[in-house]
Write a protein that binds this ligand. Structure first.
Ligand code: NAD
Length: 428
């Protein structure tokens, strides 16, 4: 049940897939678009291209197995497609469509010269051996080979894919093309043209965006209480950066459970414990709390860095934090958005908050193309500047238009995409 009576039930998570959520977000944005661009808005409500591929592989036991793969290019008006590849048993075309659309908006919000794309394979990679995973990756890469390329569409890691998977894709594409093509994927190992700073980039962007919001809301980072859902690439990096800045990480939740310490957890010790034991439960200096109680933590800042649809009508009302930062893609349902707004929680939306990853992917692509590599200090300084400028632009648009940050970010991003369409004109 939602606890704000005028919110229609069709906005609840049970009724909406990620693509429907995205369409609702576009609906909310359309009235705020510049009048000259509004007639073009339907372009955003359909992907430019969606490819479904069969990925047959030989298993180690000699049998053949089939997996379904996707690559969606939502919009290419501002540049080549850019977006990760996800391996997950629940991946669907509709999910990949939504994720590709969010990439279109995100890339435009931080003003990197990319369109939006995303890919995925419906597979549980934990059930495959390394050789099977390599065969799956290489066959999937071959099936989407004709769509990708450094000036066409540039994949990157997402859930359950990593730099090894990117290295296999880069190698497969290079073999098919007959040349070494470093710029075809980002998130590669450093030894293969990867960028320094990429690993922490999303968490760093989450941190910088939150600091910018906190400053404007009069919240001191030093001593601020922070709760973090998700303790992977994004969640752990942002928790560590908050702790380094003097904030207290008072609660952490991941797949294994939830832990808390009102005096502040030792993030490095929790990470080491998690790595050794495969669970958060029992980490030093931490008490175990209930999964639902995590959302009611007494905190100033809440970081959602796990999955989609985590903040819904059933837990949004209990959130005490003043800032909710979306490290994950789509963690807040449209229904929860309305509840958070009523309760005065400032939501820093995914398309802004987690754009640090794609920003450093852009740096990686630029470095590969120019065959000239930057220092980590240069990369972090450029990332911080882009995040701060994007935050300032979104904040100002929100103040001017009297809308929440999500709507403001979407307006900014969508207007940049639609302006590219307008000046390019309609072919033929
Ligand atoms: P990851 O696999 O490294 O970490 C995911 C974390 O979420 C893990 O700690 C896992 O235990 C936790 N988790 C999974 N299911 C959970 C559940 N039901 N309840 C609580 N915790 C749960 O992934 P990541 O790279 O950190 O990505 C996290 C989110 O951030 C995803 O939505 C991803 O799309 C988004 N994102 C990632 C990047 C990036 O650069 N890695 C960039 C932009 C957005």
């Amino acid at each position: 049940m939602n606890n704000v009576s005028h919110i229609p039930s069709y906005l609840s998570a049970e009724h909406l897939g990620p693509w429907e959520t995205y369409l609702i977000q576009i609906d909310r944005v359309e009235p705020h678009l510049a009048a000259e661009l509004r007639p073009l808005a339907p372009i955003l409500t359909r992907p430019k291209r969606a490819l479904i591929v069969d990925v047959p592989i030989r298993l180690d036991n000699g049998e053949m197995a089939h997996f379904e793969g996707y690559r969606v290019q939502h919009n290419l008006a501002r540049g080549p497609g850019k977006g990760g590849i996800r391996y997950h048993p629940d991946v669907t075309l509709s999910e990949v469509m939504a994720l590709s659309a969010w990439m279109t908006v995100k890339n435009a919000v931080v003003n990197v010269p990319f369109g939006g794309a995303k890919g995925g394979v419906r597979v549980d990679p934990k059930l495959l051996s390394m050789p099977e995973l390599e065969r799956l990756t290489r066959r999937y890469a071959s099936e989407i080979n004709f769509l990708i390329g450094q000036d066409k569409d540039i994949p990157a890691p997402d859930i359950n894919t990593n730099e090894q998977v990117m290295a296999w894709i880069m190698d497969t594409f290079s073999m098919n093309e007959g040349k070494t093509a470093m710029g075809v994927v980002t998130g590669k190992p450093i030894s293969l043209g990867g960028s320094l700073g990429r690993k922490d980039a999303t968490g760093r962007g989450v941190f910088v965006a939150t600091v910018e919001a906190a400053r404007r809301l009069g919240i001191e980072i030093e001593g601020a209480r922070v709760a973090v859902q998700g303790f992977g690439n994004v969640g752990e990096a942002s928790a560590r950066l908050f702790a380094n800045a003097g904030a207290k990480v008072v609660a952490v939740q991941d797949e294994s459970g939830s832990i808390a310490n009102p005096a502040g957890l030792d993030v490095r010790a929790v990470k080491a414990f998690r790595q050794q034991n495969g669970t958060l439960i029992g980490a030093p200096g931490a008490e175990t709390i209930d999964r639902d109680a995590f959302w009611r933590t007494d905190a100033d800042i809440l970081i959602a860095a796990a999955l989609e649809n985590q903040i819904t009508a059933s837990n949004a009302g209990g959130i005490k934090a003043r800032i909710l930062t979306e490290g994950a893609n789509g963690p807040t349902t449209p229904e929860a958005d309305l509840i958070l707004k009523e309760n005065g929680v400032t939501v820093i939306p995914d398309v802004l908050a987690n754009a640090g990853g794609v920003t450093v992917s852009y740096f990686e692509w630029v470095q590969d193309i120019s065959a000239f590599f930057w220092t980590e200090e240069e990369i972090n300084a450029r990332l911080d500047r882009i995040m701060r400028e994007a935050f300032a632009a979104v904040w100002e648009a929100a103040q001017t238009k009297g809308v929440v940050l999500r709507t403001a970010a979407f307006v900014l991003g969508c207007e940049r995409v639609l302006m590219a369409h307008k000046v390019r004109g309609l072919y033929p």
